[in-house]
Design a protein around this ligand. Sequence first.
Ligand SMILES: NC(=O)c1ccc[n+]([C@@H]2O[C@H](COP(=O)([O-])OP(=O)(O)OC[C@H]3O[C@@H](n4cnc5c(N)ncnc54)[C@H](OP(=O)(O)O)[C@@H]3O)[C@@H](O)[C@H]2O)c1
Length: 214
Amino acid sequence: MVAVFVEMSMSLDGYIAGPDDSQESPLGDGGERLHEWVFDLAAWREMQGLDGGKTNRDNEIVSESIERIGAHVMGRRMFDNGDGPWGDDPFEGYWGENPPFHGPVFVLTHHPREPLEMDGGTTFHFVTDGIETALERAEAAAGDRDVRISGGADVVRQYVEAGLVDEIQLQLVPVLFGDGIRLFEHLIGEPIELERTRVVESSDVTHLRFRVIH
Ligand SMILES: NC(=O)c1ccc[n+]([C@@H]2O[C@H](COP(=O)([O-])OP(=O)(O)OC[C@H]3O[C@@H](n4cnc5c(N)ncnc54)[C@H](OP(=O)(O)O)[C@@H]3O)[C@@H](O)[C@H]2O)c1
């Protein structure tokens, strides 16, 4: 059975982006700090078509995630950080011509749009009929691999609230943001119990993995 997992880099005070994220500043003011730990890793560089890089424990964890992903689901703001409808000259996302996903990506939006095929195997499919449909399509596309709910906070929150997530993996970054976009802001419903299944400490982040108890 395909597992559905969330994986995000988060500040100690719960933010996954700084304030004022935009197309010019996709992670908001100071938000790049959350991903500093990943940029020099061999697995991340390979996804960008680059050689070399560190092959430490962080790298093993990133490789492990890359290998298990058969399809991504993301919110439209993670795709383009824009303010709404596509307009006459729709932005193709800030991921470049060869995005680091290399597979199907299902983008939740209320604004229909034709699929966008990029270099390197990434195709963005725009889904306007809700989180369940996006997940069903992602699961079908993933084959025997897993589905990653890749962000941002709005979409992750909805999947967690709906009980559709099996696992939450966080890279806890030792920084306090104080402002920005919080991952689990205003979660609705009963408390959701988690079982902690892995803790890995590295020099830059703490990798936390939880199973969601349904
Ligand atoms: N730290 C990390 O690891 C990490 C990872 C990923 C993203 N991020 C950051 O997260 C931020 C974006 O997060 P966010 O919470 O603002 O937005 P988001 O979850 O990426 O996207 C929200 C948008 O998704 C669409 N949407 C959400 N639920 C929907 C539904 N049920 N049906 C149809 N469409 C739906 C809507 O798009 P429309 O307005 O088009 O209808 C909504 O405006 C960015 O700053 C990004 O850089 C951080």
